[in-house]
Design a protein around this ligand. Sequence first.
Ligand SMILES: *Cc1c(COP(=O)(O)O)cnc(C)c1O
Ligand SMILES: [Zn+2]
Length: 405
Amino acid sequence: MTFSYISHLDCPSCGNRYDSNQVQQLCSCGSPLLVRYKLDELKENVSRESINGRNADLWRYHELLPVNDPNNVVSLGEGMTPLLELPRLGEEYGISHLYMKDESLVPSGSFKARGAAVGISKAKELGVRAFAMPTNGNAGAAWALYAARAGIEATIVMPIDAPSITRSEVALSGAELYLVNGLISDAGKIVAQKVKDDGVYDASTLKEPYRIEGKKTMGIEIAEQLGWEMPDVILYPTGGGVGLIGIHKALLELKEIGWVTGKLPRLVAVQAENCAPIVKAWEEKKERSEFWDNSTTIAFGINVPKALGDFLVLRAIYETEGAAVAVSDEELLTEQRNAARTEGVFICPEGAAAFAAVRRLKQTGWIKVNEKVVVLNTGAGIKYPETAQVEVPVLEIGDRLSTSK
Ligand SMILES: *Cc1c(COP(=O)(O)O)cnc(C)c1O
Ligand SMILES: [Zn+2]
């Protein structure tokens, strides 16, 4: 039995091919590389029914993942998160079929675990002993934890303002952790120098080709959970954009092997008003984004002033006739509270941004009442205790709550 149908890597910019049995980083032209599979063979040998009895984790799609030997799989049980219908919130927005793909249930509390599981497994298969990466927190946390499980050494650099729980996750898992007085882009520069000096594997976003493959499983799951039908719209809080690129790639691959048919969903990149390089580029119909100066948002996972894969994100939006939307921190915090009250879901600020975008796009008529809409809640609200500002009365021992005299 063939565990993976991986064939090679290729460059979406210049078309150069690379051997996937060796460590690869960026293309010589500077572009990220994409993993390619023998989809013709896969189509012939693997039916979508054949995966029915498999474990409910992302490795159920192993033929479409890059790890050749199952012994190299490093797993904490990630994947197959709930696709929850949100009828009351849908009613409030005026949408009959609103769903949330809830990534808060993944190990480490964010969907970054998907990228880490596949990225670390492939790194192990390729004999990588040590890597370095910059992070806004969640990716570092996930990669450090999976690295510990794999016995690989991790060096992680994150902004001093990153959610403090992610700092603890990295430190406790034994990785070498540094905080930088700056943004993820500043952390990235420090990591790039370390990679140059010490020759360690560079696990920066899209500088290794495999984290996209982990994240793409969100797209496969959405299709499977909807009975191999595609929704009309998928909204995704976009920082580096890997999830969106991954979902797009997944749906194209599923179409090619015949597991889904028809029109791809319109993909929507959601960003924060004060860090919206993709939105700006999309509004100006550009192919690439520009560095966003002085970016800031409470939705830390999407505070990415310039994404290496911006052209792939924009391509995914253009090709699916999607959109890009920026929302304010105030809007997303209101949405976070509203989602908890209306549906009992404690979503992360990034996910809340995507919900704010749904509200906006329904109001403008871009989303129609009968469309099937899927929102990615990319992480657990409980990872960001500081974003929920609450005021609570304090009682003295023996106080009574009854208001009747
Ligand atoms: C990293 C992150 C994002 C953005 O993901 P990309 O794939 O880099 O665009 C969104 N939400 C959360 C919670 C994150 O940690
Ligand atoms: Zn290239």
